[in-house]
Design a protein around this ligand. Structure first.
Ligand SMILES: [Zn+2]
Length: 294
């Protein structure tokens, strides 16, 4: 084995995770299977650490198998359920907390409830776009968990509903501005309304002033807030303003108001990033109060 993390995990934490029924354990099903295999040996098992990629035949063989598996377009249908006599059916009552029980109920519901076709379609599209843009394969579970990171509650709800196609976007009508079929995709990325284009330009401009520092959390904040603002502008324009466009000044005011508020909220996150240059917050480019027109 070339992973010290796994080697340390097994003796130190295995009993704890076993007592908790692997409910919150990352790759819990795999670890439960590993445990079942170890129990099934009826013999003492010892692990020895070897340096990875150093020519050890079995380590190289395992790497080869892992690489071949990762390249498979369709996953193998593996039986990941341990035999009944070795199966851990849940957490011990003595270790069960309210939080753990809630997680277990949610996990069970997620296994039994089927996704809507529109949700599946959106998840496939997100994964496919990411593959095309970044050559990065992503699982559905990662898409969902990514909504919990660095994103405000309102934006998270908006994105969650969007992926579930839960908004009443009237696909049977055409956009009153550019006469294309209405859809969330059109509203977010293609519509020629004053608000959408201007917000996109303001986002590009603000991001360029960060010198593309590669701050994933900052980009997440800016991009999700920009998308949510486009949606709010769209709703206000269609429902309250009877389709009348916002003026450039109105859009700009809303943009700066949103960004100032959110960057204040997320200041501790940004400040905790040690990759920032020393005077980053004081140089007036991206600060708590974004200077208009910069
Ligand atoms: Zn349009």
């Amino acid at each position: 084995m070339d992973s010290k993390t796994v080697m340390e995990f097994l003796p130190k934490y295995l009993q704890k995770h076993k007592d908790e029924g692997f409910i919150e354990t990352k790759n819990g099903l795999i670890i439960a299977n590993l445990l079942a295999c170890l129990h099934n040996r009826h013999a003492h098992t010892a692990f020895k650490w070897v340096k990875g990629h150093s020519g050890h035949p079995r380590n190289e063989g395992a790497d080869c198998l892992a690489g071949a598996g990762a390249k498979k377009v369709v996953s193998d249908d593996l039986n990941m359920i341990p035999p009944p006599q070795l199966r851990i059916s849940g957490a011990k009552l003595s270790t069960l907390s309210q939080k753990l029980a809630y997680r277990a109920i949610r996990a069970r519901k997620e296994c039994t409830s089927e996704q809507q076709p529109s949700t599946q379609c959106n998840l496939v599209r997100i994964a496919s776009d990411l593959q095309d843009a970044c050559n990065h394969q992503i699982r559905d579970s990662t898409i969902w968990t990514s909504l919990c990171k660095d994103i405000t509650c309102k934006c998270r709800q908006f994105l969650w509903k969007t992926i579930h196609d839960a908004f009443m976007v009237r696909r049977w009508v055409t956009c009153r501005v550019c006469h294309n079929t209405e859809s969330m995709d059109h509203i977010m990325f293609h519509c020629n309304t004053q608000g959408r284009e201007q917000v996109e330009n303001l986002l590009r401009k603000l991001w360029s002033h960060t010198d593309n520092l590669g701050l994933e959390c900052l980009w997440t904040i800016l991009a999700t807030e920009a998308m949510y603002l486009v949606w709010k502008l769209q709703c206000k324009r269609v429902i309250q303003n009877d389709g009348h466009e916002f003026s450039a000044a109105e859009v700009q005011t809303r943009w700066y108001s949103t960004m100032n508020r959110q960057l204040v909220t997320w200041l501790p996150v940004l400040e905790s990033n040690t990759d920032l240059p020393p005077k980053w917050m004081g140089d007036g480019r991206v600060s708590v109060n974004i200077k208009r027109g910069r």
